[in-house]
Design a protein around this ligand. Sequence first.
Ligand code: GRF
Length: 203
Amino acid sequence: MALKLGFIASGGGTNLQAILEGIASGTLPAKACLLVCNNSAAGAMRRASAFGMPTLHLSSHTHPDPGMLDEALSAAMEDHGAELIVCAGYNKKLGRRILQRYQGRILNIHPSLLPKYGGQGMYGMNVHEAVLAAHDTESGPTVHLVNEEYDRGPVVAQARVPVLPGDTPESLQVRVLGAEHRLYAETLRRIALGEIDLDSLKG
Ligand code: GRF
């Protein structure tokens, strides 16, 4: 049976697109049941609509009270039957209610080999600048479970890419993002097929 995925995004949505392509091609046995976006103009919204999946804008504009926003997000995911929540470039912290209701069932992708270069302020180009400043010879994305602490949930999967001589933060970002697209879709496929047991990772 297809695994029902609910997505949360804020930005361009290239990871979302890669996952939706995996579903459309039949390699990922899942159903995309909802995208919630906190930015109604985000590229993720346009990409989701192009695939004909339901979208919803929920943010501090629609729900100024953070508790109400948390409740609305959680309720929307449940109403659409989401079994697993996929954060695909979401730039806010999740509230307690959704973290409780979907405990061990919320995934995120981070553009570094966690636990390196995670935590507050470590997002976007900051991550790739830090990797280059440390003269690391490899980098790559991490898929992890989301808990109360930024980038600290159990690691589900990682992929490695080389850091090449002459790399700039921008060139490294392109290489890591390509690996993100492959890793996120492949990790979800393995979860859907029961090859990865999220319950064994809880903690
Ligand atoms: C990615 O770099 C991901 O690692 C981070 O947010 C970015 C999302 O990019 N969490 P996109 O919106 O999927 O293109």
